[in-house]
Each structure stands twice: as structure tokens, then as C-alpha cells.
Design a protein around this ligand. Sequence first.
Ligand SMILES: [Zn+2]
Length: 209
Amino acid sequence: MKQTESTRVVPLEAGAGPENPPCPACGEPLFGWIGKKGGLRGPVRRCESCGLGVVGDPEGPDKALRELDALRDGDALRIVNRGSFATALGGAGWSGLRPEARYLFTVEAIRRLVARRDQVVKSRRWLPGASLAATWQTLLNSVTFGHNAALGALRGEPSMPPPEPWQRRIDALASVVLAIPALLVAIPVELAGGLTGRGAVYTVRTELL
Ligand SMILES: [Zn+2]
């Protein structure tokens, strides 16, 4: 009898509470992921079901949909995938953690969100170049004081520099010295990600049902 008890499945909903507000995309409870760090709006929670990440306190699905629409690039949505291998590898160093970010999307989170307005995900496309850059930056973030220094310098993307000038100098040096080694790690990680749907950057096309 004891064995039966120990294998009892606890539904995710049982974890819901003030510390675990519902996911705006799928309604399952969000769990703490990364504590508040410089440049971010607040601590980051993640959904174990659809993978959505939420910086600070979550609001309703409308706000998440509005932020999603702001990621529109031509006729597709362009996301840095919170469900990527790079994210799992990088944790707090993941390059998708940007100062302005509020919601951190996955393809599954998009599918759940757009279903609320009778849309479906029609296709997703892995972007190898952008993905490799994002994963490379994620690896560099694990050895620098600041965040996204290289992409900030090379591509003008938002970065979170460290407060002290000497830290910024060390970051610049580390980014140069470790550029090639980080690339040699990033290539297999991103190839595996691209092949298994866990790449770093995607464009996602949606259409009305
Ligand atoms: Zn969710």
C-alpha cells in the first residue's frame, strides 16, 4: 500500500499559490527560475508546462500577446527560444535575458497564447546564424561580469554592462580571448538544438483558424 502512495502523481495545479502565480499562456503555476539581477525588472519565473518565462510579476495573457506582437519581424514573430539547449546550459547567463524583456517565449507558449485569438502556429524556422551568435554570447556571459557585452559591441543589441570600469575592461578582454573557444562549444550545441527543435532563435508564423 505504501508503494502506491509514494508513486501518487501530484498535479501541477497543486503548486499554485502567491509565489506561483498562473502562467499567462497556459494557466499552470509558474516556478522561480532566476533571482533578480542587475538590469532586469525583477526575478524570473518559468512555466514547467509550456516553457514561458516571466520577468517580474505576471499579468494577463493580453499583455503577453502584446509583447509577442512587438516581436513581429515582417510576416513572422522572431523569438529567442527560452526552451533552447543554450538556455538550459546558460541559466542566468542566457543571452535571451535582456533588460527590456518581460516575457520569454517558447514555440509552445506562442501556440497556447495565440490559440486565445483563434490562431495556430503554422510553421517555425530555426535561424542558424542568429542562433549561433546567441549561444556564443550565452557561453561568454558565464565568464564575464556583465551580460551580452559582445553582442552589444558587435551588433548594437541591448547589454547590461558591469558597474566598474575595471570589470568592463576584463569583460572586453575575456570576450576576445575566449571568442574562438566559445564558438567551438557553441557550434555543436546549436547544431543539436536546431536538429531537435531546441535551437536558440526561431521565426514563427501564425495564421487564423
Ligand atoms: Zn505555461
